[in-house]
Design a protein around this ligand. Structure first.
Ligand code: IGP
Length: 257
């Protein structure tokens, strides 16, 4: 499946037409996650569908969901911009970034520098870079290119060895451990525990995927995660804010903010 997605991206890139530049105020994902609203940070994801779950939300209004996440006290947003597999759109990200006062991560499969330019133009604050889809040396180039263009990166890994070999090349400021196995699509939170022990002290550590209930949150918190990236369980909630509230077991937002 991942191979197929990457093939599709290569085709998309060949005919990519750059969007016009949207004028937005940059917000740092790193800073937001360094001082989270609650005991563990939250990147709340705007996602209509996924290859493993099909359509997650029928009546999907991305802007409304994003505004709901902001009201609910999310620290940052992740917006799917991949169209064929996740039913996202780059216009969703631009619209959200113009209306919501939170850092926005572009969730897509970035394999080429033209997509970095595209991300800047659409108004993203940060992009996802996935280890294993391009060689590490190439990932490092994309990371540096993004930094030069003013974008932060969440660098996603899936195995201990993958993180180890990545750290030989460079040390990302924000490292995501994906609990989802990209081949079988199953999620396993022990991924966060095993791989988390290797995340360098100075990097922010995000646990991604398969976090549904307060116990899951507690578990990845114990494993040292600074933040979680949550999509499906929030998308299925009665409302985005209620979803966040029940995930956090009613934990209040820090009064110091
Ligand atoms: O819906 P979930 O299980 O809460 O997962 C969110 C997020 O981690 C997931 O959407 C994701 C993680 N890495 C990705 C890479 C591409 C697309 C999507 C993803």
């Amino acid at each position: 499946m991942l191979n197929q997605i990457i093939e599709t991206k290569r085709t998309e890139i060949k005919s990519l037409v750059q969007p016009s530049l949207v004028n937005v105020q940059k917000k740092s994902l790193y800073q937001a996650l360094s001082k989270p609203n609650r005991s563990i940070g939250l990147i709340a994801e705007v996602k209509k569908a996924s290859p493993s779950k099909g359509i997650i939300k029928e009546d999907f209004n991305p802007l409304e969901i994003a505004l709901g996440y902001e009201i609910g006290g999310a620290d940052a947003l992740s917006v799917l911009t991949d169209r064929p597999y996740f039913k996202g759109h780059r216009d969703y990200l631009s619209a959200i970034k113009q209306q919501v006062n939170l850092p926005v991560l572009r969730k897509d499969f970035i394999i080429d520098r033209v997509q970095i330019e595209e991300s800047v133009r659409m108004g993203a604050d940060a992009i996802l870079l996935i280890a294993g889809v391009v060689p590490n040396i190439e990932l490092k180039r994309l990371y540096e290119e993004a930094a030069g263009a003013g974008l932060e990166c969440l660098v996603e890994v899936h195995a201990k060895e993958e993180l180890e070999s990545l750290l030989h090349e460079f040390t990302p400021s924000i490292i995501g451990v994906n609990n989802r196995n990209l081949k079988t699509f199953t999620t396993d939170l022990s991924q966060t525990e095993t791989i988390g022990s290797l995340v360098p002290r100075n990097s922010l550590f995000v646990s991604e995927s398969g976090i549904h209930v307060t116990e899951d949150l507690e578990r990845v918190k114990r494993a040292g995660a600074h933040a979680v990236l949550v999509g499906e369980s929030l998308m299925r909630a009665e409302s985005p804010a209620e979803g966040i509230d029940s995930l956090y077991g009613g934990e209040h937002i820090a009064a110091t903010r």
